[in-house]
Structures are given as structure tokens and as C-alpha cells.
Write a protein that binds this ligand. Structure first.
Ligand SMILES: Nc1nc2c(ncn2[C@@H]2O[C@H](COP(=O)(O)OP(=O)(O)OP(=O)(O)O)[C@@H](O)[C@H]2O)c(=O)[nH]1
Ligand SMILES: [Mg+2]
Ligand SMILES: [Zn+2]
Length: 307
């Protein structure tokens, strides 16, 4: 009897092994050697990929084909900067999780994830977690700045339940991924928001033998009402794929709104005189926080040196 070929979704990957969820069953799969994939990517299969698999046994299959990706969250491969590493595929909402304290609130990674979302066709949303530890002036500013820019922003606490209903409503029917620094509460939020997830998270921890609180690999959880959410290990920094010094300002819509008033076309808003962006920062129209992040990210990108 011919083996059946069915469509499924990749829920996690360990080296050359993948778990594929298809027709309500989890299959352990490896990759057919001649499977078609884009050659410039180090990742033929990513979490979130829709794939066609041949079922071999009730628990095992072979990935025959990776279906076209609608969105990608990518970064330059570590140690191979000219290759694209796809962290996850087909995610609609990139949820950028931060915490007011422990670890302290830093915004560099927020901007980097917003930019990566822009290049990969995802919609970013921001979570400011651990609100029970107190919203100080710095956290208040971050909340106001990103809300004012038009991003969905949730202030949450796993401890007192603040904001969890809103975030649960946002996840429903969506394909989301939780990203952010280690320890901000990504897994804790998912434990509270997704029914049945906590047992599976602790089962995974038991399997890998890693500490219970540190997520060591990406995992996709299907949601009861449709959609999925991916938990990810915390990142210290996110390299930006296909963003260079010339294109960076385009990811700052508030800069784009006044760049026609800069004296020089192609103004980078750094040392140039008569720069409308710098004037807007001085007058408070553009926040210093975003401008400082821009300068900082600019420094780390490749492209012509200024001056
Ligand atoms: N006070 C407070 N502590 C929290 C909250 N959410 C999570 N924590 C604590 O923060 C610590 C880290 O939480 P995790 O959920 O493991 O964080 P994570 O973002 O998944 O971390 P990684 O998996 O390492 O990326 C744990 O000790 C949690 O109990 C919160 O809303 N308030
Ligand atoms: Mg975690
Ligand atoms: Zn300028």
C-alpha cells in the first residue's frame, strides 16, 4: 500500500529532526534529501513551515516539500553573515516581550524586532510585563512612545493578572511568536494564556534536562480556537537581515515624515547640518529614545561610513 502524503506544520526542530503536527498527530520527521528549498538560506525547514510529509509509521514521517512561506522572521546566520537564517515562518504577529524590571527595560531590542518584522512581513506588538513590580517613569515613557507610534502595546503581569485578557484576545486565531530578552516572562505568559501548555512545557524541560525556566529551543503550540503561538529562547541581540545604513531610516516612520525638510537629500540625520529630524528631536516632536536607538543600530550596520 502506498504511503499517504499529508500536509502539516513544523512545531519544533532539533538538528535534522523535526516534529510535524498533521491531522491531530505529532510525527517525528527527517528531511527527504532532495527536498526543494531556497539555496541562500541555512534553514530549509523552520518552525511554522507548512510542509508535505509522507507518513511512515503512526509516529514517523518524511518531509517531502516545504510550501511557500508567507512571512519570515530572519537574521543573518551566526558566523555566516551573508546567509539568511529563518527563525520562524508564517507568523503574523511578532510579540516583543519586555519587563519593567528583572531584567531592566531596554528598548534596543524592541526597535530591532520592529525592523525585522517590517522586512519579513509580520506585524509587531509589544508587551510590557511584570507590571506588578511598578511602572516607573522610564517604563511609562516606553509605553507612551510606542503606543503613540501606533503599535499595539499590552501592559501585563503574570502575578496579578493585569492585561492578560487583552493579550489572550490578541493571540486568538492569530499566528504569533513571543520574542525578547531572557527572563522577561515569555513562557510564564504562555503558561497563563494557553490552556494545557504548562504540562507540555515542563515535559519538554524534562526531555532536554535544562532548567525549568529557561526555554532552550523554539516550540509551536496550537491554540484551541485556531492559530498558534511560538515560544522562543531569549535573545541578547538580534542581527538584522537585509537592512543596511542606507535603508535604516525607512523603518522609522516618524523620521520619514520630516525628512523632506532636511537640507540634504539622503540625509542620514547624523552629523548633517539643517537636519529636520535632529530639530524634531530637539523640540521633542521625535523622542530621543527612538533617535538614540537609530544611531546605535546605525553604528552596528554595514554600509558607507559617515564622513
Ligand atoms: N514579578 C513578576 N515576575 C514574573 C512575571 N512573569 C514572569 N515572572 C518571573 O520571571 C522569571 C522568568 O520568567 P520566564 O517565563 O521563564 O521568562 P522567559 O522570557 O520565558 O525566559 P527565557 O526562556 O530564558 O527566554 C520567572 O522567575 C517568572 O516567575 C510577572 O509578571 N511578574
Ligand atoms: Mg522561556
Ligand atoms: Zn536629516
Amino acid at each position: 500500500m502506498a504511503n499517504t502524503v499529508i500536509e502539516g506544520i513544523v512545531t519544533c526542530g532539533h538538528g535534522k529532526q523535526f516534529i510535524v503536527f498533521a491531522g491531530g498527530v505529532y510525527y517525528r520527521c527527517h528531511l527527504r534529501k532532495k527536498v526543494k528549498f531556497a539555496t541562500d538560506q541555512t534553514t530549509p525547514v523552520a518552525v511554522g513551515d507548512d510542509v508535505m510529509i509522507t507518513v511512515i509509521t503512526p509516529e514517523e514521517g518524511v518531509v517531502e516539500e516545504v510550501l511557500p512561506r508567507r512571512t519570515v522572521l530572519s537574521r543573518p546566520a551566526i558566523g555566516r553573515e551573508t546567509s539568511e537564517q529563518v527563525l520562524a515562518a508564517n507568523v503574523d504577529s511578532l510579540i516583543i516581550v519586555t519587563s519593567v524590571a528583572n531584567p531592566p527595560l531596554r528598548t534596543g531590542l524592541i526597535d530591532r524586532f520592529i525592523i525585522a518584522a517590517g522586512t519579513g512581513n509580520l506585524t509587531p506588538a509589544i508587551v510590557v510585563n511584570k507590571a506588578d513590580l511598578g511602572i516607573g517613569p522610564e517604563a511609562r515613557e516606553v509605553i507612551d512612545v510606542y503606543r503613540h507610534l501606533g503599535y499595539s502595546l499590552f501592559v501585563t503581569s503574570v502575578v496579578n493578572g493585569e492585561g492578560l485578557d487583552d493579550l489572550r484576545g490578541f493571540l486568538k486565531d492569530h499566528r504569533s511568536l513571543m520574542s525578547g530578552h531572557s527572563g522577561v516572562g515569555k513562557s510564564s505568559l504562555l503558561n497563563r494564556l494557553v490552556p494545557g501548555i504548562s504540562q507540555r512545557i515542563s515535559a519538554v524541560s524534562a526531555l532536554t534536562g535544562k532548567g525549568r525556566h529557561t526555554t532552550s529551543s523554539m516550540e509551536l503550540f496550537d491554540l484551541p480556537d485556531g492559530g498558534f503561538v511560538i515560544d522562543t529562547p531569549g535573545l541578547k541581540v538580534l542581527g538584522l537581515w537585509q537592512v543596511d545604513r542606507e535603508s535604516l531610516a525607512a523603518y522609522y516612520p516618524e523620521f520619514e515624515a520630516c525628512r523632506d525638510r532636511c537640507r540634504f537629500t539622503g540625509c542620514r540625520h547624523l552629523a548633517e547640518p539643517d537636519c529636520a529630524v535632529k530639530e524634531a528631536v530637539a523640540s521633542g516632536e521625535i523622542t530621543r529614545l527612538r533617535y538614540d536607538n537609530y544611531r546605535h543600530i546605525y553604528e552596528t550596520l554595514s554600509g558607507p561610513e559617515w564622513q
